[in-house]
Design a protein around this ligand. Structure first.
Ligand code: NAD
Length: 710
């Protein structure tokens, strides 16, 4: 990999993993510098590069000055390469001011460019080196492309100087530092919602804050998780343990278990709360969510640390989980304040929409996003005025406890939000069946989700409504590689999509469908990149992959590994696995049977099944041949091919020339089609509507007058 050190001492590594040769390194490098600035902007980080041209011009002068000072004491012999009149004038003036001899420095210009400038410098008696690229054409092409890009940029000096007349000379020679003061900072448009920036872990100081949080949270592990009913904590004698999947000897927490009686009690209090919480103004409820977001922001590090221990997520993934939870709180708070749609009005009549909460909601969440998913489902239900009972996954009750406590301390009343940890088939089933529950928001496996749909359709005595079910389930997500794809971009994206968090995201890539002409190369490079993965306890910042969640998952992944050995070709190298946790090897299985279980089952672990397609249309047909359509990626350089995939491939979220995980709230509303589930996309503009009932009020306005209020 290529290492770059920035002014603040921090380092950036251009991803060497996509690289199998010098050409790859150069290409990463070219993508690298620009990519760093773009990534910084997209993530809300401070940019490590100058984004305003005047900044880099001013910096050139600072560097030139330093070089002249060093040259004046005989340390170096500087050369100034630029076509910027002002930059060269500054360098020459500085050299003269420090009495550098005429042969003590030189100016370098490119043959054939800015010829008058070249002549003028030569006339000053300054040594000038004129250079031109020479050698093989193909390696030289990248240089040519860079030049074309630079010199045709709108703010390029060469572009501006082309049109220079005498009047413009003052402008061309203007001090960039003054230009900066005049222009001020870069213009920014303040968006109403922006995503919470994920941690920039390449900075040592940021990384260290997480490492410190891990050491502070570690001694607190082994805590109790009570039920929280009506704001009161309860403990049961029957309990369940949640352990660190990366080190199973570490007990994370011991959770009380809710049963049918607790469910009855919580539902009854939740029903009562509707009058108080449900009748608050939307703005008042949104304020509570925003306060919760603030509290969460302040606790980002320790919440991430707890996720590392309880869910086995590597630090970066755990931090992203917290950021997404914050995004849900803020985004749904904003969304709740958007006025309802207006209806058509005619003279003599007024039509209004009145939105009401649906009632008591049940949230049943999985373990793989132990904070973000329950937080989003709870926040959406609460901000629309419903009261909620959260039944978290058996594996992650500790994180759920933190979420509920945090929401209570932000101002959600105890009766509006209850926590019932427990077994799915006991507490979960009792909640789903309860006649006073109006809606169920579920994320988890297909078997359980379809079972909940069935159970919720039964009308129990005393029930006066049809239960609404929002269910988000799994995926079997494909990445399609076209024959002309940029493999330097594709290979690291494939590896991240398939193996980050050990493939345990519903959006993870599990099928790799490659056009035959590049199939062998892609498979070889993905296998090569997998051999470089570091598998370790997720608290190690260098770990690319941690454990899977539990013994059952580890057994399942190993069984598919064996199946791959029998029925496919396993390409991956065997890696060193740590002991003491549920660690499994990542697997790349090559098959020519698109209907094999490897190619169709949701394995929910680090298993990627690769297959060849005759062309991109065939790849789409293979990708589409499943009963679930959640995420998909396509890598291609052809706009027509990309358009064809976007039109034909059924997917809830299609990504072009990037990986298929990491949907951001408000930017990529998330959810799929077919047997993926039912309900609006999470983190999107339609999400809240499913927790509200709509009354249309139509008033005859040709009235004769009102009786006065008494
Ligand atoms: P799971 O279905 O086993 O459990 C999910 C929740 O359902 C848990 O809280 C569990 O206790 C509860 N549950 C189990 N049986 C129940 C029953 N009979 N009645 C009511 N509740 C019951 O899933 P999991 O193992 O926690 O999560 C992994 C699955 O979740 C994968 O299939 C994955 O694809 C899916 N998932 C989907 C998304 C998404 O956004 N679509 C996100 C994350 C995970």
């Amino acid at each position: 990999s290529v290492e770059y050190t920035f002014a603040d001492g921090s380092k950036f590594f251009f991803d060497g993993r996509c690289v199998n040769g010098a050409e790859g390194i150069y290409s990463s490098y070219v993508h690298g510098t620009k990519g760093v600035a773009i990534a910084a902007r997209a993530n809300g980080w401070e940019s490590p590069l100058y984004a305003v041209k005047a900044h880099s011009d001013a910096n050139y002068e600072r560097c030139a000055h330093r070089m002249v000072v060093a040259a004046a004491v005989g340390h170096i012999r500087p050369a100034f390469a630029s076509h910027n009149l002002r930059s060269l004038a500054f360098a020459i003036a500085a050299a003269r001011a420090h009495n550098l001899p005429a042969d003590g420095y030189e100016v370098q210009v490119l043959h054939g460019m800015a010829t008058p400038l070249h002549a003028a410098i030569r006339d000053l008696g300054v040594r000038t080196r004129v250079y031109c690229p020479m050698g093989d054409l193909i390696p030289g092409m990248s240089y040519l492309v860079r030049r074309l890009l630079e010199n045709t940029a709108n703010d390029s000096f060469v572009q501006n100087a082309k049109h220079a007349d005498d009047a413009a000379l003052a402008g061309l020679l203007a001090d960039p530092a003054l230009a900066l003061t005049a222009a001020g900072a870069e213009p920014t448009t303040a968006p109403s919602f922006s995503n919470e920036p994920v941690a920039e872990l390449r900075r040592a100081a940021t990384r260290n804050r997480y490492v410190r949080a891990l050491s502070e949270v570690r001694p607190r592990l082994g805590f109790d998780v009570p039920l929280i009913i009506g704001g009161t904590e309860r403990r049961t004698t029957d309990t369940m343990e949640s352990v660190d999947p990366g080190h199973t000897a570490t007990l994370v927490c011991r959770s009380s278990l809710a049963d049918g009686r607790h469910v009855d009690e919580a539902v009854s209090l939740a029903k009562q709360s509707l009058t108080e919480w449900g009748r608050r103004t939307t703005a008042a409820r949104a304020t509570v969510l925003l306060k919760a977001a603030d509290l969460m922001r302040r606790r980002k590090h320790d919440l991430s640390a707890l996720i590392v221990f309880e869910a086995g997520k590597p630090i970066g993934e755990a931090d992203a989980d917290v950021c997404e939870a914050i995004d849900f709180l803020v985004y749904y708070a904003h969304l709740s304040l958007v006025p309802p749609p207006t209806l058509t009005q005619v003279p003599g009549e007024r039509n209004d929409v009145v939105l009401r909460p649906r009632g008591v909601g049940v949230v049943i969440s999985p373990w793989n996003f132990p904070l973000a998913i329950p937080c989003g489902m709870v926040a959406g239900s609460l901000v629309t005025g419903n009261s909620v009972i959260l039944k978290p996954a058996e594996q992650t009750p500790g994180v759920a406890l933190e979420l509920v406590r945090l929401l209570h301390s932000a101002g959600v009343p105890g009766n509006a939000l209850h926590l019932l940890p427990g077994r799915g088939e006991v507490a979960g089933a009792a909640l789903v069946e309860h006649p006073d529950v109006s809606f169920i928001v579920f994320t988890g496996s297909r078997a359980v989700g379809l079972g909940i749909n069935r159970a919720a359709s039964v009308v129990h005595p005393g029930q006066r409504h049809v239960k609404k079910v929002v269910a988000e389930m799994g995926g079997k997500n494909p990445i399609l590689i076209d024959g002309d794809a940029d493999l330097d971009v594709a290979v690291p994206a494939i590896v991240k999509s398939a193996f980050a968090y050990a493939g345990q995201k519903c959006s993870a890539a599990s099928r790799l469908i490659v056009v035959r002409s590049v199939f062998d190369e892609v498979v070889e490079r993905v296998a090569g990149a997998m051999a470089l993965l570091t598998i370790d306890h997720p608290s190690n910042p260098a770990a690319d992959m941690g454990p899977v969640i539990d013994q059952e998952s580890a057994d399942r992944v190993r069984a598919y590994h064996q199946l791959a050995v029998r029925e496919a070709t396993v390409m991956s190298a065997s890696l060193e696995l740590p002991s003491g946790g549920y660690y499994v090897e990542p697997v790349l299985a090559v098959t020519d049977d698109p209907r094999s279980r490897l190619a169709t089952d949701e394995i929910f672990g680090p298993v990627l099944t690769a297959m060849a397609a005759d062309d991109l249309e065939h790849a789409v047909a293979l990708a589409d041949d499943t009963d679930v359509a959640l995420t998909a990626s396509v890598f291609s350089r052809s706009p027509a091919s990309i358009a064809m995939v976007a039109e034909r491939l059924e997917a809830g979220n299609l990504y072009v020339n990037r990986g298929c995980t990491g949907a951001m709230v408000a930017r990529q509303p998330f959810g799929g089609h077919r047997l993926f589930g039912c309900g609006a996309k999470a983190g999107g503009p339609d999400y809240l509507a499913q927790f509200q009932s709509v009354t249309v009020v139509t008033e005859n306005t040709q009235r004769q007058g009102f009786a006065p209020d008494l």
